[in-house]
Design a binder for this molecule. Structure first.
Ligand SMILES: Nc1ncnc2c1ncn2[C@@H]1O[C@H](COP(=O)(O)OP(=O)(O)OP(=O)(O)O)[C@@H](O)[C@H]1O
Ligand SMILES: [Mg+2]
Length: 388
């Protein structure tokens, strides 16, 4: 990392990093505590089961891991034996056998993985837990992969782990995580009902919550002043439109930082964030619709892209764009149209997916703020110039 880098600790933006604080998930975290803290307060008495559901990037995995870390600390303080075991079922190809062998080797690292069936592994797990006199919180992340692959059976066995030995200590607790709540319908009625009692729903983040999450990371990962707050706002708005995906938000911030470093810029600029945000939208190319714009609509669009190429502001006023439009007209030997007509062009461009015009009320009356998302100004400029 060169001395100019915008980063001070890039690892904080990595996907598996667990922040010290999980923001805006207080009630969900509280729910987890009230369900699973029994593991340390009343050990071996209950075998709790719960489900977390929520959209992509809503913080399901990180919440479970942060709680796991907390519970491990609580257990340590009480000198209680406890394992928090997080398994990604998709990575284990949805196979109960592969899930269980990961669990078993977490407790007994030298356990030979081969030569057993899934059912045998279940018995072995029971036996090992008894021998070690321990208890586990097993997180089945992306459990939809397990259900889709194994049908009802896998969860049927796991939720009934203690059923045949009701007088023995309870050692297995289960937390299932899924993006898709529908997948649970595939379970048999009784398995479903045992999970359904404790469902934690993660609502989508809005842009303010995303901004808080981003700011927290930004303050730790970047040099002070390397990321202007308007960048955070810009990224939050982009990610809000993507169902509040916090992963995407963090990854845009990370990518924008790398772009800034590439440019040798000591600050992250909106253009850097925009360049990365493009990749976020599936294969964004400049949409064909712009071919059908009139000459002056195209000139206005070029004015917008020129403005954002030279400015670091995330938004422009109508006046600024009009000025830029006039310069563009000069360049193309076109007579600029009057203000009212210009206005109509802008309104037409607002219909484009990547241009947005927002009304802001202020003491001076109402002003329009024009912004460009999803598309880097440079890409747009090139495309419009081609068409003109
Ligand atoms: N409330 C939060 N506070 C801090 N960081 C968060 C929060 N929510 C999510 N993140 C971060 O956003 C990213 C995505 O979160 P996470 O991986 O937990 O999402 P997920 O719900 O498991 O998504 P998926 O369904 O795709 O697995 C992670 O880097 C995580 O650390
Ligand atoms: Mg996840």
């Amino acid at each position: 990392m060169n001395y100019q880098s915008v980063f001070i600790d890039e690892a904080i933006l990595e996907i598996h990093y667990i922040p010290d604080k999980i923001l805006h998930r207080d009630s969900e975290l509280q729910r987890l505590r009230s369900l699973f803290d029994n593991i340390v307060t009343a050990p071996y008495e209950m075998s709790q089961k719960a489900v977390i559901v929520g959209n992509v990037g809503s913080g399901k995995t990180v919440l479970a891991n942060a709680y796991g870390r907390e519970l491990r600390e609580k257990a340590e303080r009480r000198k209680l034996d406890f394992h928090y075991i997080h398994v990604n079922c998709r990575q284990r190809r949805g196979s109960l056998f592969m899930v269980l062998s990961q669990v078993v080797t977490r407790i007994r690292p030298d356990f030979p993985e081969r030569g057993y069936s899934a059912n045998e592994l279940l018995d072995i797990l029971r036996q090992i837990l008894d021998e070690e006199e321990t208890q586990i919180l097993l997180v089945l992340d992306e459990v939809d992969a397990l259900i889709n692959n194994e049908g009802s059976d896998a969860l049927y066995y796991l939720t009934r782990f203690h059923e045949t030995t009701p007088d023995e200590p309870r050692r297995l607790n289960l937390l299932c995580i899924s993006k898709d709540a529908e997948v649970f319908r595939k379970l048999d009625k009784s398995t479903l009902s045992s999970l359904q009692r404790n469902i934690i729903r993660m609502p989508d983040y809005n842009k303010y919550q995303l901004a808080d999450i981003l700011r927290y990371r930004m303050e730790r990962a970047f040099r002070p002043d390397a990321v202007p707050l308007e960048i955070i706002d810009f990224i939050s708005e982009v990610a809000e439109k993507e169902n509040g995906d916090a992963r995407q938000a963090i990854s845009i911030l990370h990518g924008a930082g790398l772009e800034a470093d590439n440019d040798g810029s000591r600050q992250v600029k909106p253009e850097h964030a925009r360049r990365i945000a493009v990749g976020v939208y599936d294969g964004v190319v400049v949409p064909d619709e712009i071919k059908h714009l009139s000459q002056h609509e195209k000139l206005t669009l070029l004015g917008i892209s020129r403005f954002f190429l030279s400015s670091t502001a995330p938004e422009a006023t109508t006046g600024e764009i009009e000025e830029s439009y006039h310069l563009v007209c000069e360049e193309y030997y076109e007579k600029p149209r009057g203000h009212t007509q210009f206005w109509k062009y802008l309104k037409k461009l607002d219909n484009l997916d990547f241009v947005s015009i927002q009304m802001h009320a202020s003491s001076q009356g109402r002003t329009q703020h024009i912004s460009l998302d999803k598309i880097p100004a440079k890409t747009l400029q090139e495309k419009v110039e081609e068409l003109l």
